[in-house]
Design a protein. Structure first.
Length: 134
């Protein structure tokens, strides 16, 4: 699926981005879009595990701008604005929302982090385990 969506609409009151593809309409919460950002900050530079970001329950999208004919750039009120959401990415985020969200909430719990915006909540990046000596 790399077709352009037929509609993209911000719903500020419910904090959801509506993305409509032929036959599918997805309502993607701002928090979900922020914590699953396609940016290197969240996704890394390769096949590493997603960086777990907590405290984004009330995040807002402050700007949306088109990028060519293939993506949008979202700016969030926490200063994050480096991810390009391609049509493919938006489609996959919509299609896989339930599984992605369940995994995210489970990882937050395991890491002792919260969705709530709290100064004690930060970003959790798993540290590489040291090599065991033989």
């Amino acid at each position: 699926m790399s077709e352009a969506p037929s509609a993209i609409k911000l719903h500020q009151k419910s904090r959801q981005l509506e993305v409509r593809f032929s036959g599918n309409t997805y309502l993607l919460p701002y928090e979900y879009l922020r914590v699953f950002s396609p940016s290197a900050e969240v996704r890394g530079h390769g096949n590493q595990e997603l960086t777990l970001v907590g405290g984004k329950k009330d995040v807002q999208i402050t700007d949306i701008e088109p990028v060519g004919q293939y993506a949008i750039k979202l700016s969030f009120d926490d200063g994050h604005d480096s991810g390009l959401y391609t049509w493919q990415t938006l489609y996959e985020l919509g299609r896989d929302y339930s599984a992605n969200w369940q995994t995210y909430v489970s990882r937050l719990k395991q890491a002792g982090l919260s969705r709530a915006a709290d100064p004690s909540v930060g970003v959790y990046s798993p540290q590489p385990k040291p090599d065991k000596e033989s």
